[in-house]
Design a protein around this ligand. Structure first.
Ligand code: ADP
Ligand code: MG
Length: 626
């Protein structure tokens, strides 16, 4: 028999196809099954207008059979089949899509949607097969034909015996080489997994036949056998179902089946969008934090389907970094795929979907916060840090989306509060949103710097996460209120004249403070009388923007930028210790040296900063003990 040549361009294309278009060999199965599904869909469409044709959904199926001994893999369908001409033009000319032509003639109706469009998917089978044989009988054709090809050198076509309408694709799976094994494509479990992965939502049942048990072609009872078998695929995508039909358990099951997580999702969001871009999505907010979440290894992304067929496992462009904890999938009919159907050609639709999804997630989180506070706090414990990072990153571009979702522990409420709650509860005379930074709530609670603010009855937000101060520095103002550290030089609180004569004291003690400043000149910018201290003798405050907490964090970074806070040593002039200082200043300068060093080191300890010389510190204490 004379071999027909592929058209010249086709040869080169075929080579490209086999060697470069696809990143993974396994997708050949997705392509062949998609073709089978399209072929059945075509009968379905025909039946819509042809009264002689009844589409009985149960009689249509796709069957995958692996035969390890003979190294063949067969994909069979009961679809519309191909005539001799179809075989010649659709399989003989690469990049010719019979399905695209069909789709143009028949506008998509009621959710049925032909998948094929590029006319190349079929050839991906040459990635795993040396020989491809196609036996097909068309619904409106005469007789069956066998098409066969070993790749770039062309194909043969000849009449064949086949009674039932449909197509059978027989792949002679390649022999293993030194670097590559093809055995996996003959392994039932592996094949099942590939089908589940890419073709789970093909509308027609995909059945598997165990090795060697290939059914005889065209036997009349054959269909009865199939009916007994369970389909490998789930067929109806849960996201196409009506929300009212689905229970929370259904969503949970889907979450676990898809391995989005092993926990229970805290919340699901089911979207069915019909606007500028049509898509369905099921999104999840996980309950617990994935073990690698805050590491470089963690990859964000949603599964992306086009018409129910998996295109991408983790499409990162669908969700912003600050919502990277969200799991789930998106299915859309309006994506323009690239030829390998592994990527998209334009990201316009994708951007629209991503924007849409982002606002859906935000409003869902907001309603969780409003209506299910406990759940929200649970979520926030896991992912709050990511939200705060989101505020800080990209120069604060996303702060408007996120600032109402963050919470901090409150000195008054003794629980997490939002910025909105904080501002709502502010007394009228309070100018700033106060915060204190430290290692833990317990430690912050005891910070001397909080004394004045607490005494005024103002609430203080506790910042225990290293990102906290950076995040609020990015927000700058919330509802017109600026943030202020309780350690900052100017607290913006008018001192009560009744209990404060610090200013006059300061003048009286000017010389003492100057002397102490000179003793500590390499360590602090200034020593001064404190307005904020009540019961404690000493603390640090900072002038300028960099707080001590920020200094600690910045200096712990790998590329240590060597930022220094302008530390001020504040002394409580109403504390008994101050009398000793004054006394020593007048009578005994050595003692003043000792006291100054001790007070400075105490301030360091309160701040959780390391002592430069702990031995000297203990010696100093011994000196005052004896
Ligand atoms: P596409 O699916 O993008 O059109 P393919 O290379 O996968 O491209 O297939 C080329 C064409 O071959 C299809 O458009 C269809 O007309 C035909 N075809 C492939 N497989 C089958 C099948 N199982 N049944 C009927 N027609 C098929
Ligand atoms: Mg195809």
């Amino acid at each position: 028999m004379k071999k027909k040549q592929f058209q010249a361009e086709s040869k080169r294309l075929l080579d490209m196809m086999i060697n470069s278009i696809y990143t993974q060999k396994e997708i050949f199965l997705r392509e062949l099954i998609s073709n089978s599904s399209d072929a059945i869909d075509k009968i379905y469409y025909k039946a819509l207008t042809d009264d002689n044709l009844v589409f009985d959904k149960d009689s249509y199926f796709i069957k995958v059979t692996a035969d390890k001994e003979n190294r063949t893999l067969v994909i069979r369908d009961t679809g519309i089949g191909m005539t001799k001409e179809d075989l010649e033009s659709h399989l003989g000319i690469i990049a010719k899509s019979g399905s695209l032509a069909f789709k143009k003639e028949n506008e998509a109706k009621d959710g049925h949607n032909i998948i094929g469009q590029f006319g190349v998917g079929f050839y991906s089978a040459f990635m795993v097969a040396d020989v491809i044989t196609v036996i097909s009988k068309a619904l409106d054709g005469e007789g069956a034909y066998k098409w066969e090809s070993t790749g770039a050198d062309g194909y043969t076509i000849e009449p064949y015996e086949k009674d039932a309408v449909g197509t059978e694709i027989i792949l002679k799976i390649k022999e293993n080489t030194e670097d590559e094994s093809f055995d996996e494509f003959l392994d039932e479990y592996r094949l099942k997994a590939i089908i589940k992965k890419y073709s789970d939502f093909i509308r027609y049942p995909i059945k598997m036949d165990i090795s060697g048990k290939r059914l005889k072609e065209d036997s009349d009872n054959e269909f009865e056998d199939y009916k007994e078998e369970q389909a490998v695929n789930s067929m109806v995508p849960i996201w196409r179902k009506n929300k009212s039909e689905l229970t929370p358990e259904d969503y949970e099951k889907f979450y676990n089946e898809k391995h989005y997580g092993y926990d229970k999702p805290l919340k699901h969001i089911h979207v069915s969008a019909d606007g500028a871009v049509v898509y369905q999505a099921i999104l999840y907010i996980p309950e617990s934090i994935p073990f690698d979440y805050y590491s470089k290894e963690y990859e964000k992304g949603l599964e992306l389907y086009a018409n129910g067929v998996l295109i991408m496992n983790k499409c990162a462009d669908l969700i912003p970094d600050y919502f990277s904890f969200v799991k789930g999938m998106v299915d859309s009919e309006s994506l323009s795929l690239n030829i390998s159907r592994e990527m998209l050609q334009h990201d316009r639709q994708l951007k629209l979907i991503a924007k849409n999804i982002t606002s859906k997630i935000k409003s869902q989180l907001q309603s969780l916060l409003k209506d299910e506070r406990e759940k929200y706090e649970q979520f926030y414990k896991s992912f709050g840090r990511q939200l705060k990072f989101g505020i800080y990153s990209d120069y604060g571009t996303h702060k408007d989306v996120l600032q109402d979702l963050v919470m901090f522990y409150s000195s008054k409420e003794k629980k997490l509060v939002t910025l909105d709650e904080y501002v709502t509860n502010m007394p009228e005379d309070q100018k700033y949103i106060y915060y204190a930074s430290g290692e833990s709530n317990e430690r912050i609670e005891k910070l001397p710097q909080t004394e004045l603010v607490s005494e005024k009855g103002y609430e203080i937000l506790y910042f225990t996460d290293d990102i906290d101060e950076f995040a609020i520095k990015t927000i700058m103002k919330y509802k017109d209120k600026e943030f202020k550290s309780v350690s900052s030089g100017d607290l913006g609180i008018e001192a009560d004249e009744a209990q404060d004569n610090t200013d006059s004291d300061k003048n009286n003690n000017q010389e003492l403070f100057e002397h102490m400043t000179s003793l500590l000149s390499d360590k602090v910018t200034k020593v001064r009388a404190s307005k904020r201290l009540r019961s404690h003798p000493v603390c640090f405050s900072t002038d300028g923007d960099v707080t001590i907490e920020m200094e600690k964090i910045l200096n712990a970074m790998p590329n240590n930028p060597n930022v220094k806070a302008d530390k001020v040593l504040e002394i409580n002039v109403h504390h008994a210790v101050f009398e000793s200082l004054k006394d020593a200043f007048e009578k005994d300068k050595d003692k003043l040296n000792l006291y100054t060093a001790l007070l400075y080191n105490q301030a360091l300890l309160i701040e959780g900063l390391p002592l430069q010389d702990p031995v000297e510190f203990t010696n100093d204490i011994c000196k005052i003990m004896v």
